[in-house]
Design a protein around this ligand. Sequence first.
Ligand SMILES: O=C(O)[C@H](O)[C@@H](O)[C@@H](O)[C@H](O)CO
Ligand SMILES: [Mg+2]
Length: 382
Amino acid sequence: MKITKLTTYRVPPRWMLLKIETDEGVVGWGEPVIEGRARTVETAVQEMEPYLIGQDPARINDLWQTMYRAGFYRGGAILMSAIAGIDQALWDIKGKVLGKPVYELLGGLVRDRMKMYSWVGGDRPSDIIEQIRTLQKGGFNTFKMNGTEELGMLDTSAKVDEAVRRVAEIREAFGTTIEFGLDFHGRVAAPMAKTLLRELEQFRPLFVEEPVLAEQAEYYPRLAEMTSIPLAAGERMYSRFEFKNVFAAGGLSIVQPDLSHAGGITECLKIASMAEAYDITLAPHCPLGPVALAACLAVDFVSYNAVLQEQSMGIHYNKGGELLDYVINKDDFKIVDGYCNPLPKPGLGVEVDEERVIEAAKNAPDWRNPVWRHADGSVAEW
Ligand SMILES: O=C(O)[C@H](O)[C@@H](O)[C@@H](O)[C@H](O)CO
Ligand SMILES: [Mg+2]
């Protein structure tokens, strides 16, 4: 079998789907995208074509190593997202050729169902109590929200109180009947992280995500020393070569590689097993579409340390497109009592509605995240 064609489709809300065709008619789908840089990743995918066209899609490991090493420069958000989507599509092809879901090719199920969580509160967290109540009715009991609005490198007690009050209200309304993670989203600089973590300690959030920016990872062990709140990070780290230094330095309790940013299934499986050796749990990042989610689930269902899975249904970014808009087998993604079952169909288990994708791509979005500014006019971490 030989790879014959790669086609990318940028579709609402802010995703990109990749179709890889072969000379025997088997097609694989992937989701290579960096939110807000879809066109850049699209070009990176096109630049990977010479390594792929005419090659045997079954040789995923060799194709992965070639895409990673042969271009001399490597790593980073753009190239690793291009490799990620291609890798997902190659695993999809392999499963379809062998008639097995990807998790079967990776040693079979380590669990029967996977715990999912849902975003609430939007860019600037609001209406959280109502949104949790609504999602509880749909069976969710685990949530994530932004921990704060924009925050200066050194900010006021009033801003700290505002962040703490929001969390106090959640615990007051729901007690311990729900769990929630707080995503600092890189908005909190090191000088403020300790203060916020200390003030939030009493409410025991399930985790605090990106307590500082990924480029400040050396703070993870120092922050972990002063808090019992599990610290999570990973969506802005792109290969096991980045994660290894963070694992060795300590401080992370939860690692959150993104299956569409960190080299795909082949790389994230390695990251997951490295994490397990350090007793670090896995909670793949996935605010994206159905192919990315299916790739996450393939890794979740074979990784002992997988504990939580993000999914984008109802997320505040999904304007103009929703998680299941482009799939035919919607029921396979059903979330019951906050859990998702393994996707039973061969490959990634996603039946892409290609007609819908082609139609949607005619009005390809050019989603960019907002540029926020502090009161003094300086740019704020979004
Ligand atoms: O945890 C999450 O889902 C992420 O922080 C998410 O909010 C961002 O990755 C966003 O998708 C970037 O455009
Ligand atoms: Mg995040």
